[in-house]
Design a protein around this ligand. Structure first.
Ligand code: HGY
Ligand code: MN
Ligand code: MN
Length: 419
């Protein structure tokens, strides 16, 4: 079939769309987003799809299928990246389905149901902290308040939309109606070590951990580093440092949760000034929503104790929360059958990382395939996978596509899997 090398070449090409040639960074509503969108639309058109940009900057490719009005299968993932990212997080789930549809078209094999491929414009939330913005819009689950988010240069999301040629009042146009969608399936690198450790190229995802992100501001009192006695200080950075270690200690002590402080900065810091204001972010995930809430309550208590002992204030603002999601048993079974048909052991595994599928679960049933990645590394330039594994994933997806019946689920009853 030889799709693996084609997919890897497309991913190399897409990785060129970066705001920094030295490290891959592609943020929402930037010239690099537009450049990537053009490239993706070109590949979609080669596959015989209609390709367009939707009202929030997602790229949507549509394959009509012979039965107008039949419920459509949506495939896809995100085109944006974290800072200094790897080439495969998100991009694999955009380019692989397009390559598969082009392969089918070149052989005159027509699927008998409509398929859309969506490259979501903002899953990571790197620029506006508006995580899953593109997929939430498609799922009709967008919180309009997100439009007022501001990036690090003070640009508001709705102004950036206008600058990108989009109308912020039209974001609702990106939504699909539940009755027109049969399922959403996302192919993604595992971003973890399990498949590699078990020498498997591919796995079927069972659930996606829920996540909450907060922006925390610690307000103490700035002062001269030489004149303020230690016992009279309200050092915001010392307090924040205790808070960071509290997040680590609490999540270590709350089984099934992970906690990360990914960004920390002193506001107008200087070597000879006691930090007055410090900002940092928190990301807490949990296999179950309850576990995540327990960890958050404990973090709240710890911050209150630090604040009163040190005479500082903590202001914690949630910037994102998504509940844990279960993947559809129906889709897990069909994806598993496709893996088995390739002669591969079916390994089911949970996702600790978040994905657009979490938002799409508000619209339809979700399924995910994980592809092995080297050393489980992701969100880092060392993120890598092989053409051979891309080939396996393409073969599995093609088997899934050729057997998929958009009406099968309705005959089985049941609702999308929200844990
Ligand atoms: O943060 C995540 O889990 C995803 O990569 N956006
Ligand atoms: Mn990511
Ligand atoms: Mn991702």
């Amino acid at each position: 079939m030889n799709l693996g090398p084609v997919i890897m070449e497309w991913l190399d090409e897409l990785a060129e769309c970066s705001e920094d040639p030295a490290e891959l960074t592609r943020r929402y509503l930037t010239p690099e987003h537009a450049q990537a969108a053009e490239l993706i639309m070109r590949r979609m058109r080669e596959a015989g799809m209609d390709a367009r940009m939707d009202a929030v900057g997602n790229v949507v490719g549509s394959f009509p299928g012979p039965r107008p009005g039949a419920r459509r299968l949506i495939l896809g993932s995100h085109l944006d990246t974290v800072r200094n990212a790897g080439k495969y997080d998100g991009a694999l789930g955009v380019m692989l389905p397009i390559a598969c549809l082009r392969w089918l078209r070149e052989r005159g094999r027509q699927l008998d149901y409509p398929v859309d491929v969506i490259a979501f414009g903002d899953e990571e939330g790197l620029r506006f902290q508006a995580t899953l913005f593109g997929s939430r819009a498609v799922a009709g689950a967008l919180d309009p308040a997100m439009l007022h988010a501001v990036d690090e240069d003070g640009v508001r999301l709705h102004d950036a939309m206008r600058g990108f040629g989009l109308d912020p009042h039209a974001v609702g146009d990106a939504g699909y109606r539940p009755e027109e969608v049969a399922a959403y399936v996302e192919v993604h690198i595992e971003q973890g070590p399990v498949l590699e450790a078990e020498n498997l190229p591919i796995g079927v995802v069972t659930s996606i951990a829920g996540a909450v992100r907060l922006r925390v501001e610690v307000m103490g009192r700035a002062g001269h580093a030489g004149t303020v006695p230690m016992n009279l200080r309200r050092d915001a950075l010392a307090a924040a440092s205790e808070a960071v270690l509290a997040v680590e200690r609490i999540c270590l002590g709350t089984p099934g949760t992970v906690g990360t402080v990914g960004v920390l900065r002193t506001v107008s810091g200087a070597v000879n000034v006691i930090p007055g204001v410090v900002e940092f972010t928190i990301d807490v995930r949990g296999e179950s929503d309850d576990r995540r809430h327990v960890a958050l309550a404990r973090i709240d208590e710890a911050f209150a104790e630090i604040a009163s002992r040190r005479g500082v204030l903590f202001d914690c603002v949630p910037t994102h929360e998504t509940g844990a999601r279960r993947c559809s048993p129906w889709l897990m079974r069909r994806l598993g059958e496709a893996v088995e048909a390739e002669g591969i052991e079916v390994r089911r595994l949970p996702s600790g990382a978040g994905h657009d599928a979490m938002a799409m679960a508000r619209l339809t049933e979700i399924g995910m395939l994980f592809v092995r990645c080297k050393d489980g590394i992701s969100h880092h330039p060392a993120e890598s996978m092989t053409a051979a594994d891309a080939e396996v994933a393409a073969r599995v997806l093609l088997r899934f596509l050729e057997r998929f019946d958009p009406d099968e689920r309705r005959s089985m009853g049941g609702k999308p899997g929200a844990a």
